[in-house]
Design a binder for this molecule. Structure first.
Ligand code: SF4
Ligand code: SF4
Length: 363
């Protein structure tokens, strides 16, 4: 049982692009009472596992809502995790019979896909957007359901960069392993040394770029990849031609590294949660409604600059509450939101979806 669960989590970790669902359900954590908090998350197995780990010392209810096994942010942006997901899990679990309050805590990153007004109207439940990361839920509850600034921000720390690197590394490693071990039967030049070379090239190009490049302050992701690629290709040339002269390995390493860097360069910023997708923006400007990258297809929403019609702002502060990039500040004199760091906008559409004044747009 434990082994099956571990295998399932490993599958979810490495193959998340195909979706890894668990049953939508109500989970009671600790000894919840009629006053206990009701939290909600998506039904991606890895997310459920991580949320449960972080809630283990609380007494609360967790609703696992259908999202086709996709994680919260991707699900909310791609319409897999939406208002209907919330409505359906509220109905099928009858959670309303277990508690006397009507406050539902959703992850902040679900805001692009959730309409709290519709949920309130149809069910009477009040939606509150909790912290970005599950690890902050206990302190958020302790702090009387108020988020600190840090709990509102999406970050890309080293551990997340390595995790993202592992994801893309594993996809290509699997492909290369298959090619080698099947191809080696017919093509003897596919030897172990080439296999080791290829694995190292994958690590250096994928993990190297994921770990180093997000911190470099250059506006375009493909320029970062070109700069990084030039250094990597030079190092490969030095190693293969000067230190261990072999033209065959040299040619192979250069072709493989260039190919991976080309693929990553097509949308390097889109692989991170802190920059907007450049491929998405290019596709949107060409009039496309979806974009394909590696093994996935994404639905597109408007790309461009975030705009605010300040005259129409009613000061509800929802933009500040849900923006994971601190794009807004609140002017306490005018009682209106203002753009603070518009360049940090990643076009997630959370603020536009939640704005009560309908005064935000992207174009
Ligand atoms: S300002 Fe940009 S990053 Fe912030 S919520 Fe709106 S669309 Fe998302
Ligand atoms: S969400 Fe809209 S109406 Fe509310 S403060 Fe922000 S800009 Fe103003």
């Amino acid at each position: 049982m434990v082994i099956t669960k571990r295998l399932q989590l490993m599958g979810a970790y490495f193959f998340r692009w195909i979706g890894f669902p668990v049953e939508p359900q109500l989970i009671e954590i600790g000894k919840p009472t009629t006053n206990s908090p009701v939290l909600l998350t998506c039904n991606f197995s890895l997310t459920v596992h991580r949320v449960l780990k972080n809630l283990k010392n609380l007494d609360c209810y967790l609703l696992v809502a259908p999202s086709n096994g996709i994680n919260v942010w991707c699900g909310a942006c791609g319409d897999d995790f939406n208002t209907n997901s919330v409505l359906s899990i509220l109905k099928t679990t009858n959670i309303g019979d277990k508690v006397t309050h009507r406050t539902l805590i959703l992850p902040q990153l679900s805001a692009p896909g959730i309409n709290p007004k519709e949920i309130k109207l149809k069910t009477g439940w009040n939606v509150k957007f909790g912290p970005v990361y599950a690890k902050d839920i206990p302190s958020y509850i302790e702090n009387n359901f108020k988020k600190t600034e840090a709990e509102r921000e999406v970050r890309f720390p080293l551990s997340h960069r390595i995790e993202m690197g592992n994801l893309y590394f594993f996809m290509l490693f699997l492909l290369i392993t298959l090619i080698y071990w099947i191809g080696a039967i017919f093509m003897p030049f596919l030897n172990l040394i080439l296999y080791i070379h290829s694995t190292l090239i994958l690590v250096i190009t994928i993990h190297g770029s994921m770990i180093i490049l997000p911190s470099i302050n250059i506006q375009k992701g493909y320029i970062k990849i070109i700069l990084y690629g030039s250094i990597i290709l030079t190092l490969i040339a030095i190693y293969n031609l000067i230190l261990k002269p072999n033209i065959f390995y040299f040619t192979w390493d250069i072709i493989l590294a260039s190919l991976i860097l080309l693929i990553m360069g097509e949308d390097f910023h889109g692989l991170t949660p802190i920059y907007k997708s450049e491929l998405g923006e290019r596709s949107w400007k060409k009039g496309k409604k979806t974009m394909k990258f590696l093994f996935s297809e994404y639905k597109l929403s408007a790309y461009g600059d975030i705009r605010i019609k300040e005259d129409d702002c009613i000061g509800c502060k929802f933009c500040i509450e849900v923006c994971p990039r601190f794009v807004f500040k609140f002017d306490t004199n005018e009682k209106k939101a203002k753009l603070l760091y518009p360049n940090k906008c990643i076009n997630c559409h959370a603020c536009i979806n939640q704005c009560l004044g309908k005064c935000l747009s992207i174009h």
